[in-house]
Design a protein around this ligand. Structure first.
Ligand code: PMP
Length: 426
């Protein structure tokens, strides 16, 4: 496919003058193959268009927020109806109470809800609430897990000081002995244990939670009085229609939600049990846009569709087709994939590709064929995807693997990625 990228290049040149580095955070394509566009002009269903008008089937779904597809007509109608009445007001709209009731009904452990904007707001409030509830300081997080961009949890320490994370310590995900040792080291100062629903760290194979790890985390919290926090920001409502750990029989005290529960409208939430109601009620929590009514209307409609449709089973079925089809196509061309994580949130990397040069080459070849895949971050399916989209992907993959096999000897590692992987590993 001949894709022009002139507009994107011009925008990047302008951006470099008025935005530090032209872009920041993981949405900066400096860490992706050179051909990846930085700017997108529109989206519809499972597709995005870059600033040059090139169209891609989008396996990133805005890094998670697009659950039913972009501009879902049902969700956007609910949002627009509220927009005609008002959005950011002097206080919350009645929708806040309805949304809190809805989430408390849907999420087993939740007795209450507080709303904010980004996942980082919710995880940071979880940390503060746990400390306020327990009167203790130490917070345990799994090594390599992402919980947001605030000073206590950012993976890139520039601009922070050691004191910002003085009481944040790590354990190894799924490793009961390491968790027990970290809890024991914390003595009588443990405020919280954080866990993601599954191990979805960048650059590595994803791991399902071991039942013994999840239940031991609960037991250790019960024993010490610490709060168990599940960070559902990325995986929430993509694994289950409520708490992701309910199927393991483990209920947290707090859970942080964001990304997809308003199908792309900006809202996040901290949900909690009565065990942490007092602590959460005592912290100072607010933001100018946290109580805006439009995203709440979108969330209520999104959650109705979550309850009433087969969106999840549909994504799982398509994800299963994608995984087995990609395995077969890769094999045909002499590649072995490492496909991990739930099929609806796939991580796709290559065997024997320590510096990701093969993965980058493949992502580039897929992009040229109109499929946006990521070489080192988990991806997302959305319910707007169809069997025809999977067919399109598998056909493109067949071509992309063939082209990659032809270029294999010329592939080189991406310099910024190598530096970033070194900085965040270990
Ligand atoms: N927790 C997890 C597990 C996440 O994936 C993210 C975002 N990628 C966050 C927290 C932070 O969310 P946000 O970027 O909306 O602040």
């Amino acid at each position: 496919m001949d894709m022009s990228r002139g507009q994107d290049a011009a925008l990047r040149a302008r951006a470099l003058k008025v935005i530090p580095n032209g872009m920041y955070g993981h949405e900066s394509v400096r860490m992706l193959p050179d051909s990846f566009p930085q700017f997108f002009s529109k989206a519809e269903g499972a597709y995005i268009w870059d600033a040059d008008g090139n169209r891609y089937l989008d396996y990133m779904c805005a890094y998670g927020p697009s659950l039913f597809g972009y501009r879902d007509a049902r969700v956007d109608a609910a949002a627009q109806a509220q927009a005609a009445l008002g959005d950011t007001l002097t206080g919350p709209s009645p929708l806040m109470v309805e949304l809190a009731e809805t989430l408390v009904d849907m999420v087993d452990h939740a007795d209450w809800a507080m709303f904010c904007k980004n996942g980082t707001d919710a995880t940071t409030m979880a940390m503060s609430s746990a400390r306020a509830q327990t009167g203790k300081r130490i917070v345990l997080v799994a090594k390599g897990a992402y919980h947001g961009a605030a000073p206590w949890c950012t993976p890139i320490p520039a601009g922070t000081v050691a004191e910002d994370r003085a009481h944040v310590r790590t354990y190894a995900y799924n490793d009961v002995a390491s968790l027990e040792a970290a809890v024991s080291d914390a003595g009588d100062d443990l405020a919280a244990i954080f866990a993601s629903p599954f191990r979805h760290d960048a650059f590595i194979d994803q791991e399902a939670p071991e039942p013994a790890y999840a239940s031991r985390a609960r037991e250790l919290c019960d024993k010490t009085g610490a709060m168990l926090v599940v960070d559902e920001v990325r995986a929430g409502f993509r694994l289950a229609r409520g708490s992701s750990w309910s199927e393991l029989g483990v209920q947290p005290d707090l859970s942080a939600w964001g990304k997809c529960f308003a199908n792309g409208h900006p809202i996040s939430a901290l949900l909690g049990s009565d065990s942490c109601r007092e602590g959460a009620g005592s912290i100072y929590a607010t933001g100018s846009f946290w109580l805006s009514a439009v995203p709440m209307a979108a969330a209520i409609e999104t959650l109705r569709i979550v309850r009433e449709s087969d969106y999840l089973e549909h994504m799982v079925r398509l994800g299963g087709r994608l995984r087995s089809g990609l395995d077969a196509a890769a094999k045909k061309h002499g590649f072995t994939l490492r496909q991990t994580g739930p099929v609806q949130m796939p991580q796709i990397m290559f065997a024997d590709d320590p510096d990701f040069r093969v993965g980058y080459g493949w992502a580039e070849e897929m992009l040229e064929r109109g499929i946006y895949v990521h070489p080192w971050h988990n991806m997302f399916l959305c319910a707007a995807m169809t069997d025809a989209d999977i067919d399109l992907t598998l056909n493109a993959a067949d071509d992309a693997f063939a082209a990659l096999a032809a270029r294999r000897g010329d592939l080189a590692p991406h310099p910024i990625l190598v530096a970033l992987a070194a900085a965040t590993a270990g």
